[in-house]
Ligand binder design. Sequence first.
Ligand code: NAI
Length: 330
Amino acid sequence: MKIAFFSTQSYDRKYFDQVNRHYGYELLYFEASLNEKTAILAEGCQAVCIFVNDQANALTLENLHKLGIRNIVLRCAGFNQVDLEKTAALGMRVLRVPAYSPESIAEHALALILTLNRKTHKAYNRVREGNFSLQRLTGFNISGKSIGIIGLGKIGLAFARIMQGFGCRILAFDPFTKDVPAYIELCDRDTLFEQSQIISIHCPLNADTKHLINAASLAKMKEGVMLINTSRGAVIRTPDVIEALKSGKLGYLGIDVYEQEDKLFFRDLSESVIPDDQILRLMSFPNVLITAHQAFLTHEALTEIAETTLSNLKSIVEGRENPNQVSNGF
Ligand code: NAI
């Protein structure tokens, strides 16, 4: 089987080549992201392998279909970038990696919290320049604080376990989860907004969660709240968050994802004019920390992603049912 990989980075090649020794597929790596124009690169392949910012929209899918491609494998968990009505109409199979080391994402959320709070990124730079002053480095104890988790799935639960270890009160909102460990208080969304000092988002992006964090929900939150988003950028309405940062309502913002990240992330733009005014405004705040969608970037997660993706492809080759298949309306 021949597979076209889009949006490939050096770490993708490294981990996929290693794991592919056991499978022996022909892997074609492209740096370009998938869209209606680049779909042609997959000519002669039986499947395409895509990541979070590839655009499997209707036109792109039609172009792939014309090339005879019937299989889309996602090397990620979220599948909001795929038009599932179109794949169903075209009879295309979509498989994903539903779980790969949820701890890697949960631990990155923690890294954002600790860095924003204790300002270790600022201390590092100061000390390197011989500035040993402690001015403006004061943080707060995490222990004893109320942590609000939106979306208590695999990553949300891994994050809850970590924060329990810090001695926090754990609140969670998840409309579909009922049986949760006793130390977690399930609550409604407004209670979570009103009572949490730190809010961490771990739900998928869908019609219900798009712009869930907006002016109205921010107004319900505590003064100076810390907001962490490692799920999908569009869960946050960026202009509203910028206003909340300007007023001081939002005390800290840590994001690994950004609504318009597809034009920015995974690229070195250090010599370019960045064409996105909203991210530049976010970057100008001293209490905002942005990482470029790297929460998944651990050895364990990359190994697991490659293993599951290639095993998904094997099930396609063998014509087997696969629980990792994403269906329309899933
Ligand atoms: P999961 O499917 O195990 O959990 C998601 C949870 O969100 C479920 O319990 C579901 O009931 C809940 N949920 C659904 N709609 C909701 C709503 N309207 N409000 C609150 N909760 C809702 O997924 P998992 O593995 O925990 O991943 C969560 C998200 O994290 C993914 O959808 C993906 O967008 C993001 N992610 C980000 C990564 C990164 O590198 N930054 C890597 C992997 C995932």
